[in-house]
Structure formats: C-alpha cells, structure tokens
Design a binder for this molecule. Structure first.
Ligand SMILES: [Zn+2]
Length: 449
C-alpha cells in the first residue's frame, strides 16, 4: 500500500471510514474502491458506491474516443525514452518552454534523466488534483511529451502502442480513437501517421478484440492553408486501404482564444477551416471538435459549439462546457470583454442553451465529457466534479460519452472517469452502462477492419 499516502490529499472519503483511492489500476482490497478525485475539496463522497459497481465498471468493455498522445506519455515511458535527449540543447525550437518548466518546478531536466528521478517527472507531468491550474498550466505539463515526439519516430510508434495496450489491459478499452497532430517540423506527416499506425496495429495483434483508429488534430490558431495542408496529406494517405480504414477523423484542438501573429487576442473562427473540413468530409473523414471549453463570453462558447456542427460538420463535440454551466452563476460578473452579465442577458443565455441542446439532440451530436480535465483546466467554471454539467446533460437527454482527454496530464483513466461520474452524480449502473454504450455507438469507425 505504498501508494496510499500519495493520494490521500484527494480526501475522497467513503462511509464507514473507508478511503477511496486510485493507485494505478489493480489496487483493490476489501474496503477500498479505486478512485482518483481531482479538485476534491467540495466533492461529496460517493457513499452509495459499492465495490461491486467499481468492479463492474472496470470489467465492462469501453470505447475511448477522446485521448491525446502528448498528454498521455507516462513518466515511466518518458524516463525510458528521454534518456538520449539533450534536454539542455537550446536549438530545440520550444526550448523556452522547457526552461519555463525547470523554473516553475525548480528542477533540472538533465539531472532528472541522469538520476532516473521518476518522482520529479510525475510532479511535472501529472496535474496534482488539489486545485485546477487553468489551461495554460495544464498544457505546459505536456511540453516534455512534445519534446520527446519532436523528432523521434520510434517513440511515436511505441507511444501509440503503450496507450492502446495499457488502456486495453488496465481499463478494458476495446475500441480506441487516438488523437494527435501530424505537424512536427522535423518529421513528415506520412511518417508520423505510419509510426502511429504501426504502434496501434501491433497493439491490435497483442490484444484480442481491440480495434483502433486515428484522429488528426489541427490547431485552432493555424491558418486556413495549414489546415488545408493537413487535409491534403490525410486524403493522400487515405488512398492506401490501411489508412482509409483507420485515419478517419479530424479535429481542431488548442486554445479557443489565443494570440494571433500580431499579438492580438483572437477567438477561433470556424469559417477559417470551413473549406478544408468540407473537403475532408467529402473524402469520408468525420469531424470531431473541441468547442465551448474556453471562451471570453458564454455567448462565444455557445456559438463555438453551434458552429462546430453547422460550419465544420462535427458529429461529436469535445468538452462543450458552455452548454452546461449555469448562466445564473455569472450574475454580477463580467465577461472577457468586460461586459456585464445582467438579468436579461442571463435569461437569454438560458434560452440559448436550451435551444442548442435541442439542436444537438436533433442532429444526433454527441458530447465527449472529460471530467478530470475540465476541473483542472477550468477551475473557475468547474471547481469540482459535482459542478460539472454532466448530470444536467444526461437529464436533458443529450448523448454523452466519458473520455480521459490526457491520461497522464489529467492523471486519470477511463474507469476512473466513470467512477467519478457515478460518485458525483449518483448514477446507477444502467446509467453508466448507457454512457459506455454511447461510446461504441458514436465511434467513427464503421467497419470491422
Ligand atoms: Zn482534448
């Protein structure tokens, strides 16, 4: 039980003095249920939850539809693969980000790898769960993974394999859609896709019944030309049967509000990618989209969700927090433009949310809810799991699936996300099972290859 102390700070207490902790995957004993609760200060204990439900969730076959490569590099994996990297090489284009990490965590990356210092890597790479740290801090934790993947194709292959095999063996994930950007200055897009494909293919051979697919992430701050280049590369690759069957989704990731090359604050304009994404769809590529996770005003967040569907043709939306947070909670606050949320505006926003929910239900659009990630990146909106809109979405009839977003950065896995949902919203096993089947019903891959 050496790992117990590590997670005591989550303070997830169960009735009868039982302690709920999640350490790795297999840690179970008589009175202990595995669960890892980020931002748990206001989290009500899941008194109803039995070890039976926990075991049932763990053994049920699951589909993971929203998980990124760079945020799922485990500290153990990085320690093994990062030894040959010169962490002090200033010619690495994002060297400043590595220096920032060294300063923020008071570490020397060179020393960490020299001393095999796994504990320090964990501290850097895993969101600690005590409190949200905002999107910026969260994304910084992925920079070590980005450095590894900068120019190392064998690491890409091994990572894809590691994520798939671990998800399968530890969480019974039998269907996986893995997301990654295929733009790395020193690697060709087709090389990255081939490496990921091979890693996933090996995993399928190793894990009976496992099926996998690939989703390419464009980045919201890209120009239309950059998005078009990615789509062109995908379409060219998809002329090969092996990719046509597996390279099946496109996404826009990254901050929804960012600084443009002129240094001005800019929100993502879905029209910018309308043509490239339409061409992708014409080739049979499906669109999934990060939207409504981060916004200057709630109106912007709702608009981003609607535009994902109307402009880009998204069939699933990642995060969609704007759709669920209570507009009433914004009373007496100002938005990112300095505009006041008055009573009339709040009423209009409530109506707009209801309209959008109806619209998404009519269109059959699915929400990918990432509970841990949302508490970590959006602590003001989602200070704890039970303030997440998941419960509201389910009661409104939206089709929702749970996803991890980033296994390492969010310090979670798919079983844990379901346990969090069950605990925070008092979901019954049939409700949990329904969300799990939503995952298989919403997969992008429609064949048996
Ligand atoms: Zn994501």
């Amino acid at each position: 039980m050496s790992g117990t102390a590590k997670v005591l700070h989550y303070r997830a207490q169960f009735s009868g003095g039982r302690l709920a902790v999640r350490i790795g995957t297999q840690f179970q004993s008589r009175n202990i249920i595995n669960i890892n609760v980020p931002g748990s200060k206001n989290w009500r204990s899941a008194r109803f939850m039995s070890k039976g439900i926990s075991a049932e969730i763990e053994k049920t076959e699951k589909a993971e539809l929203h998980v990124h490569t760079s945020g799922s590099v485990t500290p153990e994996f990085l320690l093994k693969w990062g030894k040959d990297i010169n962490w002090a090489d200033p010619s690495y284009p994002d060297f400043a980000k590595l220096k920032y990490i060294e300063k923020k965590f008071s570490v020397s990356l060179t020393e960490i790898f020299r001393k095999d210092d796994l504990a320090s890597l964990k501290r850097i790479m895993e969101s600690n769960g005590d409190k949200g740290e905002g999107l910026e801090g969260y994304l910084a934790r992925m920079d070590l993974g980005h450095r590894l993947l900068h120019n190392n194709l064998p690491a890409w292959r091994a990572l894809a394999n590691d994520i798939a095999v671990n998800s399968y063996t530890k969480n019974n994930v039998t269907y996986l859609e893995l997301r990654f950007p295929m733009i790395k200055p020193l690697l060709k897009p087709e090389e990255i896709v081939e490496a990921v494909y091979k890693g996933l293919f090996d995993a399928e051979l190793e894990c009976p019944g496992l099926k996998t697919a690939m989703i390419i992430c464009t980045i919201k701050m890209f120009s239309m030309e950059q998005a078009q280049n990615i789509v062109d590369a995908m379409i060219a690759l998809r002329k090969q049967a092996k990719y046509r069957a597996r390279l099946i989704g496109i996404d826009t990731a990254g901050p929804e509000v960012y600084r443009n090359p002129q240094g001005e604050l800019e929100k993502f304009d879905h029209e910018k990618f309308k043509i490239p994404f339409a061409l992708a769809r014409a080739d049979g590529i499906k669109v999934v989209n990060h939207a409504g996770e981060q916004f200057l005003s709630l109106e912007d967040g709702l608009e981003a969700i609607r535009n994902s569907v109307e402009v880009l043709g998204a069939v699933r939306i990642g995060h969609a927090l704007a759709l669920g947070i209570d507009p009433g909670s914004l009373q007496d606050k100002t938005d990112g433009y300095g505009k006041y949320y008055g009573e009339d505006r709040i009423r209009a926003l409530q109506a707009a949310q209801e309209d959008l929910i109806k619209f998404l239900i009519e269109r059959g659009v699915v929400i990918e809810a990432c509970l841990s990630s949302n508490t970590q990146t959006q602590p003001e909106m989602i200070p704890a799991i039970d303030s997440h809109p998941l419960g509201k979405w389910i009661s409104k009839g939206l089709k929702v699936v749970l996803a991890t977003d980033n296994l390492t950065t969010s310090h979670t896995d798919l079983t844990n996300e379901h346990l969090l949902a069950a605990g925070a919203f008092g979901l019954s096993m049939p409700q949990i099972t329904k969300m799990i089947s939503n995952g298989f019903e919403s997969k992008l891959k429609n064949n048996n290859i």
